[in-house]
Design a protein around this ligand. Sequence first.
Ligand code: GMT
Length: 379
Amino acid sequence: MNIGIVCYPTFGGSGVIATELGISLAKKGHNVHFITYKRPVRLEGFYQNIFYHEVNSMSYPLFEYDPYETALASKIADVVRYEKLDLLHVHYAIPHAAVAFMAKSILSSFGIRIPVVTTLHGTDITLVGNDKSFAPVVEFSINSSDGVTAVSNYLKQKTLNTFNITTDIEVIYNFIDFDRFKKVDKDHFKKMLAPNGEKVLVHTSNFRKVKRVQDVIEVFGRVVQKTPSLLLLIGDGPERQRMEELCRSKGLCDQIRFLGKQNAVEELLAISDVFIIPSADESFGLAALEAMACEVPIISSNVGGLPEVNIHGVTGFLSEVGDVEDMARNTLSLLENENTLHAFKASALAEAKKFKIEEIVPVYEDYYIETIDRVKIGV
Ligand code: GMT
């Protein structure tokens, strides 16, 4: 197939999934066209059948905001027309599903009917999409898609509860590439960071409020009083400054390392003992799955799709949002007993194997074919 992928090209989970999906489809022989404003961060190296189309929107003194959606719709229409795409897959509803609808309308004037699949990822429904300023467009563009997928059962249900949805939503879970995410021997690195055998706690996110990074620091503050440990904070975003101030005020700067955005997250996960993800909402928690694939148990909040990934008492523990006491207790129960920690590490890996890329990409391929066939017969 000739497949177009539209996504955010950043470190965020939706961009990561879209990019890994595109690479995997290309490896299986499909031609994949990424249409984004920047080269996706996970799109490294050269592939014979991956094409990258950069969207450039023109600025003009009259525009307070550059009309990115207009430039994206024009680019999509062009790529579909001239590269003869069979299907367009857009990730994250805002603004991609609406832009896809516009491109589809433009293309119909050329007699082209392009099937559009929209994948809902999370805050496009839960935090941003349901805001009054976006909701009518989000609802309309989901209903106008030829296929809609959600990354968890929770997100599907949330979408149905939030909007008046007239189209089916297929749940296709996020996935993990074990060629990249696996426990590798990084003992020399661990010795450098934790020379006295300290336990390593880790958190990765884009440091937005919804991630509740302050809870990670609160949990760590309690853990470090009981067991020698250090905390790695990976990623960057609007909350980082506030989090640095919190570390300073708690006198934890020596034990907490802010590492910023990292490409090789798997190398840091390889030396970690526990991953903390205390989000206020989380449709799936791809970061948790990446940690589990590297044999790191999860301390998480019991919200959204997290319980579909992190199994309480097996791969880690779930606590109510904001219950840092419980999270700290659970973390200590793992760190203070080597046998327990070992068992949870093994279970985390076993559970992660249910989300293997090799098993989930074919589900997308089947879904594409089914959508193309449905569009052909006009259903
Ligand atoms: O929805 C977002 O916050 C952005 C999105 C992203 O691009 O990072 O994250 C969401 O999509 C990921 C990939 O499907 C999921 O693993 C994340 O759980 C989800 N984030 C939230 O729901 C907060």
